[in-house]
Design a protein around this ligand. Structure first.
Ligand code: ADP
Length: 447
């Protein structure tokens, strides 16, 4: 306040001197005072008007002017603030321009959305991968431009999955790997990568494995047939028989591996529709399962509980694949010294639940998420000889389950045992005309 008046003081003193001088010369003090003060007020008004105009135009640094009086004390800090603001704005603009240039150069489509899922920014690849044009589509809701149901679901709950795969809305031959993350105030950042090449490579590899396995199947069956014949030949020496037995064992292992590879490639080929599949009678597939693992239900430590009238809609070989692999693993890893419980049931929700429980060595907690990956073999917790395997069994179980819309749950405690549960949705359960009788049925290994 003091500074304001000290700056204006020379003008006030000059005005008072002018009044005094005019009063002395003309002898009319009141008229002199009125004229000089009116002039001062008009001049003050003009300066205030100029200040108001400068402020209204945004205190532009280029239009700043000097005022020696108290108005100068208002102009100067405003001018400095504006200069600092301009510098910051320029720096932020430079950073944004560089960021924009860098993100635009990325081969991945990138889209920023606000909390209303409206597009706020997108780069050039978003145009040819997702059909989002940053010149036209800003402010549009992304759900109106990309209408893929999986994408819409993922957009609303991006935390439910790590990423999804969809076909590009611009070209259905392009497969996109889409990832959405939340940031700031419920805004979303979307990135989409073209992974068609990788997909093609994977497909090629899968086809090669499937074809090679198919080609190997027939000669191997012939070889193991001859080896089986030789093994039973009464004229063969004891040494020779042992060698033939070893060769037969290895041929059988290869046959199993090929069977698993073929089944896996078949299971992965497509997703079942909810009403797709044949009637699979659980009694029948469990009978085949026990034959495949060379065991008998309810003899020794294998306890089975299988309802007589349970049937589900699905692909028989694949449901059998689930059963064989889970039962085989329980026998392989837990052995037959302690009970293995095999059970099928229909739960309250009308779902069909298949479970295999053993009291074997269990699986370490950090390995549980990995054991369903193909070719993954766990640390062998069994004492003694390492257990043979290909690491494909649980991959088949997982793929076949998800193909049928079923879920796979694995519970395990080291040294206590493991429990594998596959739950088939109620729409897969075929309604039986007879009342459900959940009786324990003996299924004997055929042959
Ligand atoms: P493989 O049995 O050929 O190794 P799988 O995919 O069937 O392949 O199983 C993957 C891994 O999961 C196994 O290597 C094993 O470590 C673990 N595993 C599966 N079933 C059991 C089980 N019942 N008890 C303990 N470990 C198991």
């Amino acid at each position: 306040m003091l500074k304001i008046w000290s700056n204006e003081r020379p003008w006030i003193i000059s005005a008072l001197l002018a009044i005094a001088l005019a009063g002395l010369i003309f002898g009319h003090w009141w008229i002199a005072a009125t004229v000089v003060l009116s002039g001062y007020i008009i001049w003050l008004y003009y300066r205030l008007h100029r200040l108001q105009k400068w402020v209204a135009r945004g205190t532009k640094a280029s239009e700043v002017y000097e005022d020696e009086g108290f108005i100068g004390t208002i102009i100067r800090p405003l001018y400095h603030q504006k200069k600092t603001y301009n510098k910051r704005k320029k720096r932020t603009k430079d950073i944004l321009r560089r960021l924009h240039r860098n993100i635009s150069a990325l081969p991945d489509a990138t889209v920023l959305m606000n909390d209303q899922l409206e597009i706020e920014w997108s780069n050039e690849p978003a145009k040819y991968l997702l059909g989002i044009d940053h010149r036209k589509d800003l402010g549009q809701r992304i759900g109106n431009l990309i209408r893929h149901p999986n994408f819409l679901r993922y957009l609303i709950t991006p935390d439910s999955k790590k990423n999804i795969e969809i076909h590009s809305p611009m070209d259905s031959k392009i497969s996109l790997h889409v990832k959405i993350v939340r940031f700031g105030r419920n805004q979303r950042l979307l990135t989409a990568r073209n992974n068609s090449d990788q997909k093609q490579l994977q497909e090629g590899l899968k086809n090669f494995v499937a074809n090679a396995s198919h080609e190997l199947k027939t000669p191997l069956t012939v070889i193991s047939g001859y080896l089986e014949m030789l093994e039973n030949d009464p004229e063969i020496s004891e040494m020779g028989r042992k060698s033939v037995q070893a060769a037969y064992g290895q041929a059988e292992r290869m046959k199993n591996l090929i069977r698993d590879l073929l089944l896996l490639s078949k299971v992965e080929s497509y997703q079942l529709q909810t009403d797709e599949g044949d009637e699979v009678v659980i009694q029948e597939i469990m009978s085949n399962t026990m034959t495949a693992v060379n065991q008998t239900c309810n003899s020794g430590n294998i306890v089975c509980e299988i309802p007589q009238d349970l049937s589900i809609l699905g692909i028989k070989s694949e449901i059998e694949g689930i059963c064989i692999n889970l039962v085989q693993n329980a026998i392989k890893y837990a052995g037959l010294e302690k009970p293995i419980k095999i059970k099928w049931k229909k739960n309250k929700e009308g779902e069909a639940v298949f479970s295999v429980k053993d009291q074997g060595p269990g699986i370490a907690a950090d390995e549980i998420p990995l054991i369903t990956e193909r070719y993954y073999r766990g640390k062998q917790l069994t004492s003694g000889e390492p257990v043979m395997g290909s690491g494909l069994g649980l991959a088949i179980v997982k793929q076949a389950s998800s193909k049928h819309g079923a879920t796979l749950d694995i519970q395990s405690t080291v040294d206590k045992g493991s429990s594998f549960t596959v739950t088939f949705p109620s729409y897969r359960v075929i309604k039986s005309t007879q009342p459900s009788r959940r009786n324990v049925v003996d299924i004997r290994a055929a042959g």
